[in-house]
Ligand binder design. Structure first.
Ligand code: ZN
Length: 79
């Protein structure tokens, strides 16, 4: 069941709702069904890649490979 962020057009409250496919979500504050679904963006892929890259750069500086997967370590000949 997906969890969505909604902004109620009736009372302006913002809230999270678990939405069942078969049901119409309604505002828990005023009961209005005039809801705007808010896009809860996960971290954009570019950004998480940059985070992984910086973690790995830091690990390399510190001389360990804890941020690399086993497969990647094998490729580099590192145990
Ligand atoms: Zn409301």
């Amino acid at each position: 069941m997906p969890l969505y962020d909604y902004l109620c057009a009736g009372c302006g409250q913002r809230f999270e709702l678990l939405v069942r496919a078969s049901s119409t979500p309604a505002c828990p504050h005023c009961g209005s069904t005039a809801l705007d679904k808010q896009v809860t963006a996960p971290a954009p892929p570019g950004r998480s890649k940059a985070i992984i890259a910086s973690n790995r750069a830091a690990a390399a500086r510190e001389g360990h490979f804890s941020n690399f997967s086993a497969a990647e370590k094998a490729k580099m000949g590192v145990r």
